[in-house]
Design a protein around this ligand. Structure first.
Ligand code: ATP
Length: 308
């Protein structure tokens, strides 16, 4: 049986400048340090699965520019199948300009660029891969029409997971209804369910709201508290705790969780969902102990053999 993981989603190039204090309108300040890193929830989740040794295909859209070309090569270096990544003319790659000050406050400008052109037709071109996927994974950073097309093609061929990030107050309900697993973090769950602040005590209420919206199985990640899940036909919430650690950098923890969850569903399909989530939480916990995003995701060799 195929173990392929197909991700339909975004690629973003992050430009991160560290400054003493954020500039006011019209002001120029001198920065202290600059880093360029690879991001975008689609690519991050695909890299997280690939670093665990999964066979992965990414359906994505980059600009035909210097950043798109470099990102494409970086994805190849993780053994990701890049056949369905389009490099598009006359549009920039998706970029995020991030300025962080000494207090950790930030200003961010996101230009989605080529990500906006990822279309249902791109998914149609990848039909063979989509239909072969043991797990199909998508997020809210690219067009929901494109995600919906992938879900339609994949129906009956494996497990589909949609990560509702970034939060949308009113997403297309067809996406929620047509995926097997819908996964959000605490903040996204608050925005979508209207239940705020979300605590372990009222998470069941939020889960019930998601079932009313048409979701099948729902996972909510809760940072150091691990995750909870429930299904429409078994709606009682199950809490999956994780060993709490003092994080170095939590950026991308959710992406590490989703890539790992896809891995454990594809490669260990006989485990219960609870155990697959427990293992994914463990991988995500390891990622928060290192700085950066994709670079913080653990490789299979760095993890305990018992996980595999
Ligand atoms: P981010 O937006 O920072 O990328 P997120 O908000 O989408 O992440 P979280 O719910 O914060 O995702 O974290 C995802 C998973 O990471 C959690 O379910 C948990 O397994 C792990 N995790 C995060 N923080 C901690 C922590 N302090 N200790 C242990 N595990 C953690």
């Amino acid at each position: 049986m195929s173990k392929l993981i197909v991700v339909v989603g975004s690629c973003m190039v992050d430009f991160i400048s560290n400054v003493e204090r954020l500039p006011k309108a019209g002001e120029t300040v001198l920065g202290k340090e600059f880093k360029r890193s690879w991001g975008g929830k689609g690519a991050n989740q695909c890299v997280a699965a690939a670093k665990l040794g999964a066979s992965t295909t990414l359906i994505a859209s980059l600009g035909l520019d210097i950043f798109g070309d470099e990102y494409f090569q970086a994805l190849k270096s993780f053994n990701i199948d890049t056949k369905y990544i389009k490099l598009r003319k006359n549009i920039s790659s998706g970029i995020a300009q991030i300025i962080v000050d000494d207090n950790g406050d930030n200003k961010i400008v996101i230009v989605p660029g080529a990500n906006t052109l990822l279309s249902p037709a791109d998914v149609d071109e990848a039909e063979d891969a989509v239909k072969k996927a043991a797990v199909l994974l998508a997020q809210f950073e690219t067009s929901l029409k494109t995600t919906l097309r992938a879900l339609e093609l994949h129906k009956g061929h494996g497990i589909s997971i949609v990560n509702g990030a970034p939060a949308l107050a009113n997403p297309d309900l067809n996406v929620l209804k047509n995926c097997d697993i819908f996964c959000v973090n605490e903040t996204e769950a608050e925005v979508m369910s209207g239940i705020e602040p979300l605590t372990l005590k009222n998470t069941q209420e939020a889960l019930n709201k998601f079932f009313k919206l048409g979701c099948n199985t729902v996972i909510i990640t809760l940072g150091a508290e691990g995750a909870v899940f429930a299904s429409r036909d078994n709606p009682k919430m199950v809490h999956v705790p994780v060993e709490k650690v003092k994080p170095v950098d939590t950026t991308g923890a959710g992406d590490a969780f989703l890539g790992a969850l896809a891995y454990f569903i594809a490669y260990h399909p006989s485990l219960t969902l609870k155990e697959q989530i427990r293992r994914a939480c463990h991988v995500a916990k390891e990622s928060v102990l290192k700085a950066a995003t994709q670079a913080s995701f653990p490789m299979k060799e760095e993890l305990s053999k018992e996980l595999f």
